[in-house]
Design a protein around this ligand. Structure first.
Ligand code: GLU
Length: 296
């Protein structure tokens, strides 16, 4: 069996906040619980979304919270050749096609799926006359893709019905998240993907790409999202505050409590490394079974 290995993959579009800390801590504990490694990847593939200095702030914040990663950092912005090589393999296998459709055209005709419009297959049999390829899509099968999620239970999705052929290379020339994450998880030897439940619906697309590329399939656990009193996700979009590193122990206690493991009274105020060391042997994804949201 491959050596257990987890990862945290923040997008440097802002500071680490309590919601992203929960994903970091969950993935860290799940890996350490198995005596595994915990890696860090910076998802900086999308230049317009990258905030200058954010990656560095995230790294310092993780360190302040005792979340020390193993090995080298992986920057997605430096992996373009690796992604292109895998894209070429899919193209050579006849799985890709060029697509001329614009977002606006699709919005007018496509029905809504689990993650945006379901691609109606307009360019599947060839580009319409006079139109050029903007993006590259992968053909998906009309079959259920199933997996077991350690938190959310058994899952299945029919890609053809719920997503449609999806984009791997975008009209702006950038590689799509779905392909980049699959290529990187395999490259880093990740055996367990632990992340927020907002990415649950992406997983069948990623499993399908792993299957097409012959990559090993990691285990999955999709953690509940941290919500505020009004039930709103704590995130960059809701203006969640960046974490104060001087309050690291208190932040960790809040997150551990949300994850169903409130630190014992005598652990309160302990340094981050001690809190994490206390929590790792106690990690159990089943404690969160079926939870989509937890209160901060
Ligand atoms: N970079 C993604 C995010 O911050 C996470 C990717 C993943 O964990 O697969 O939402």
């Amino acid at each position: 069996m491959a050596h257990p290995c987890g990862r945290f993959a923040p997008s440097p579009s802002g500071e680490l906040h309590l919601g992203s800390l929960l994903a970091a801590v969950g993935s860290y504990l799940a890996a350490r619980h198995l005596g595994g490694r915990w890696l860090l990847r910076i998802d900086d593939l999308d230049p317009p979304r990258v905030v200058p200095g954010a990656a560095d702030t995230i790294l310092r914040s993780l360190e302040a919270h005792g979340l020390l990663w193993d090995g080298e950092l992986l920057w997605q912005s430096r992996r373009r050749e690796a992604y292109q090589a895998e894209l070429d393999r899919l193209r050579d296998a006849g799985l890709l096609y060029g697509c001329a459709c614009t977002r606006r055209e699709l919005a007018a005709i496509a029905r809504a799926g689990v993650d945006g419009p379901v691609y109606p297959g307009t360019c599947r049999a060839g580009l319409p006359p006079g139109r050029g390829a903007r993006a590259w899509r992968v053909r998906v099968p009309d079959a259920d893709i199933g997996f077991h999620d350690a938190v959310q239970g058994d899952q299945h999705q029919n890609l053809a019905r719920e997503v449609g052929d999806f984009v791997l290379k975008r009209a702006d020339g950038l590689i799509a998240y779905q392909l980049a994450t699959v290529v990187d998880d395999a490259f880093q030897g990740v055996t367990q993907v632990v992340r927020g439940v907002d990415l649950l619906a992406s997983t069948p697309r990623q499993l399908y790409l792993m299957q097409c590329l012959g990559l090993p399939r990691p285990d999955h656990a999709h953690l509940p999202l941290l919500v505020d009193g009004a039930g709103l996700k704590l995130g960059k979009q809701t203006g969640a505050a960046g974490l104060d590193p001087r309050a690291a122990s208190g932040n960790l206690e809040r997150v551990l409590t949300a994850l169903g493991m409130p630190p014992a009274q005598d652990m309160r105020g302990a340094p981050p490394a001690e809190l994490l060391g206390w929590a790792a042997p106690r990690w159990d994804a089943a404690r969160l079974a079926g939870r989509l949201a937890v209160a901060a």
